[in-house]
Design a binder for this molecule. Sequence first.
Ligand code: BGP
Length: 459
Amino acid sequence: MTKYVFPEDFWWGSAASATQTEGTDSIKDKTIWDKWFEEEPNRFFEGVGPNHTSDFYHQFNEDIKLMKETGHNSFRLSISWTRLMDQDTNEVNQEAVQFYNHVINELKENHIEPFVNLYHFDMPYKKQQQGGFESLEVVDYYVDYATKCFELFGDRVKYWFTFNEPIVPVEGGYLYDFHYPNIVDAKRGFQVAFNTVLANAKVIQSYKETGYDGKIGIILNLTPSYPRSENEEDVKAAEIADLFFNRSFLDPVTKGEYPKALVDILKNHELVPTYTEDNLKTIKQYTVDLLGVNYYQPRRVKARDTVPNPNAPFFPEYYFDNYEMPGRKMNPYRGWEIYPKGIYDIMINLKDNYNNIESFISENGMGVENEARFIEDGQINDTYRIDFVKSHLIWLNKAIKEGANCTGYHMWTFMDNWSWMNAYKNRYGFISVDIHTMKRTIKQSGKWFKEVSSSNSLN
Ligand code: BGP
């Protein structure tokens, strides 16, 4: 049997986010999610809101023990801007400092490296009312908040991330109507995207200028775009999808500049955001030290079947059609495509075209509806998840053997949690959570993951 050995000091663990796990106890202000849930509790959330999560706020001690039991040597959490800073005075909330101090210290004591993300879709509602990232004033508030986090926790936290999947609030909030403020306006969306890239650079600048000794990066959801065929039109369509959905963030945060082909498209549609030469210099100078890669599924693309209407509101699909490849393997319990080789293609692309930047898999995982149906002897026997993670790790291992600079693998997620579009419908955790009693139980995959991480290898 082949044995897949991973590099020494490989990071094994999982990721989670504040809004999805902490609950809202002791938070004075609202995030956009609290607000949206108040406005439309049944639109996406099935009546269960972000005030009803897996209660990490009170149970983190027990949870960190469970991380140990499931073989974590690292864990990504996010800090909630809304919890940490009073949104009227922009002063630090001491109760929140205490909470994050306890979590970080507890992780360290258990030899679990904290990877700390500063922003996971959770705009404070009051900042959204000021324009969210469309406003440069809000960008500056965000930089102040990040700088505060470095001052408060930078002595112990050595891995920082400016954003998780920054393209998602742009797609959801300004293009396809699945995130607050759910408007459809590409011009405003590209402004938010540009300002987010600028915010990333300014936060890196703040971190570097103070001389901290850790690393700072960003987490991007990369979706390799595969053309339907080798036909020139299909290939072109896939390249354009790649420009919009991957390179629009990947290039500026790693290389300090936007792909010319993307800029040309935006010019043609009069969608170039407002910027200054100074903004471009900052983006050029302050690029990331490392990259978190979230990978769930690829994008399949073909040339458009119809001629686009030039007067309709702009969507990237002006240039391509999404394509359901016959025979592709689907997750039968949720509906996303499963394509493990995508993880290899991403890593080889980073190696060949992005100076082999240090990266790690910051999310990869399998959401399952009605997972309770797989309970055997009181434990969820999630062999499908083990197969899923294993097949991705095998391709990742191949990329590493071929020279990709990948230093870890984090699964999404540690324990079942509340999610943006579906509350508790899709379960992802190594640990199941009874949402009524909050009881945690390790799934089969959690036990398996411990074996993998402790042997640093896979059979
Ligand atoms: C990623 C997000 C996570 C998580 C995950 C699973 O895009 O970073 O926060 O939610 O997707 O998606 P979902 O919960 O919608 O199934």
